[in-house]
Design a protein around this ligand. Structure first.
Ligand code: CIR
Length: 255
């Protein structure tokens, strides 16, 4: 959770057509843009150098740069997103990563992985199988991660949850914040676990960056619980990006 650098991408006007499960209304461009501006500012205040990429009208979900790639200090990996409308996002971000990293690996084979399914922890990189990340993709990614000198572990994502990290985040080296439905799978038995109060599940996608813990606002019980644990909380507006099934981690690549 110690980061010097991050990449974000400005929302396109087409963000209003971002993918979403369920029939509710989408976000407004202005609403997403305001949340995105707040995010960049919070990142910079946390001491991160932020590279802001230009919007991509052809890809409504391209603001969620976490999904088409995975970055470590040792190098970057170009993934293959599991939604048809998002596959091209990997090629779009490739030149940027090749410019910034000495090592950029391509996911081999034909499987799919969304970066939102990947949780990097000090001892292992967890890859959640989901509707977006299939076993072929996860196994191919595990091979690359091991090449970069880290351990990889395939894990399950609860049914109906978009991404593994929709339901969890790393708070420090040994602590995860998780929904009860994910924690009950036993996946975090080697960690200290802080469980999200029932009904506030979207708050599980928090984001620890250096000394700051960004937490989706609108979740008072979670905010109160985390405040007591002495984290430096920065509440973040996420209602608009929440309309297209996204949270705080999806908005950046960090290393
Ligand atoms: C999608 O369905 O792909 C986008 N509307 C939301 C992606 C959220 N990304 C993430 O959780 N890493």
């Amino acid at each position: 959770y110690r980061f010097n650098s991050a990449i974000v991408r400005e929302p396109s006007r087409s963000v209003v057509d971002g993918l979403r499960a369920g029939g509710h209304a989408g976000p407004t461009y202005e609403g997403v843009k305001a949340e995105h501006d707040g995010y960049i500012e919070a990142m910079r205040e946390a001491g991160v150098g932020v590279t802001v990429l230009p919007p991509l009208e052809a890809f409504p979900d391209s603001i969620f740069v976490e999904d088409p790639a995975l970055v470590f200090t040792e190098g970057a990996i170009l993934l293959r997103p599991g939604a048809a409308s998002r596959i091209g996002e990997a090629a779009a971000i490739a030149p940027v990563l090749r410019n910034m990293f000495d090592t950029v690996l391509d996911l081999p084979g034909h499987g799919y992985v969304d970066g939102g399914d990947v949780l990097t922890t000090p001892n292992s990189v967890m890859i959640g199988l989901s509707a977006r990340t299939d076993r072929a993709g996860a196994e191919a990614l595990a091979g690359l991660i091991e090449k970069l000198g880290r351990k990889a572990k395939l894990v399950a994502t609860p049914e109906g949850v978009l991404h593994f990290k929709t339901d969890c985040s790393l708070l420090d080296e040994e602590t995860v914040l998780s929904t009860a439905r994910l924690a009950s799978t036993g996946v975090f038995e080697d960690f200290k676990q802080i469980i999200i109060p029932n009904g506030e599940e979207p708050a599980a996608n928090a984001l620890r960056v250096n000394d700051v813990l960004m937490v989706p606002s609108d979740h008072p019980r979670t905010l109160e619980m985390l405040d007591k644990l002495d984290y430096r909380i920065v509440p973040m507006k996420t209602a608009e990006i929440g309309r297209i099934d996204a949270g705080l981690s999806c908005l950046s690549l960090r290393w």
